[in-house]
Design a protein around this ligand. Sequence first.
Ligand SMILES: Nc1ncnc2c1ncn2[C@@H]1O[C@H](COP(=O)(O)OP(=O)(O)OP(=O)(O)O)[C@@H](O)[C@H]1O
Length: 271
Amino acid sequence: MILIDAVSKRFKAPAPKASGLSGLAGVSALLRKREASWVEAVRNVSLTAADGRITGLLGPNGAGKTTTLRMLAGLFEPDHGRISVDGLPVTGQNPAALSRMGILGDAHGLYPRLTARENIIYFGRLQGMAREEAEDRAEVLSELLDLKKVIDRRADGFSQGERMKTALARALVHDPANIVLDEPTNGLDVLATRALREALRVLAREQGKCIVFSTHIMQEVEYLCDEVVVVARGTSVARGSVPELKQQAGCERFEDAFVALAFPESTPEAA
Ligand SMILES: Nc1ncnc2c1ncn2[C@@H]1O[C@H](COP(=O)(O)OP(=O)(O)OP(=O)(O)O)[C@@H](O)[C@H]1O
């Protein structure tokens, strides 16, 4: 189970260049730039993801999804708020919490000279698994993720779909109870997308995994998610199942519901 409670994160933007203005105009230009030198990537995001369920973090570009998932992955600390995995705080890169997650980030970063199998086993060894145990898992995952054709090929030259599946197998090698994926279908064709969806369904429904993934694709959420958290401008603005969100927004189509919830200012009533 994953709990993200009211997290926020801001980043320092690159330092402004000298404006060339002098006197009062220069000072006020500098002050304006100073004010603008922080980016509020995440202002207030909360999410509860239960075991055996697929929870989607749905938001437009720049909404704060990746930043939220990076904090969940322990890559950096939130400025405010708490994150825990199976009751264990992620703060301070707590290894007990981090080892309970399999994380597929936006960069898949495989070792190109290793085969898919070697990539998976190597990661298993890094997770403290015995060689034989990691080898067995590589076999199970190549079946689940339909990797058999490429499992003994070097990752160099893999297609986008093959890279993604290998990276996912690597993230799952230690059989984590919680699975976190950042825009997992990015760049995948329709068949690869369907295969991934099917694998995620098996992992949640049959193996009881807690799955959290981010996306900006409505269809993905409609097909897969038991629970959706809508994020806009760094804030979680609505949560519920797809039918619940449609009801909340008073819309029949999910896309309309999403727009109404994420961009209330753009709805006709707001005009
Ligand atoms: N390290 C950083 N330094 C400065 N600004 C950042 C940094 N990381 C993210 N941001 C900013 O924070 C905001 C949220 O970014 P984030 O990548 O979390 O959004 P996202 O919802 O994942 O977007 P997308 O769907 O486009 O990937 C953006 O405005 C982004 O430019």
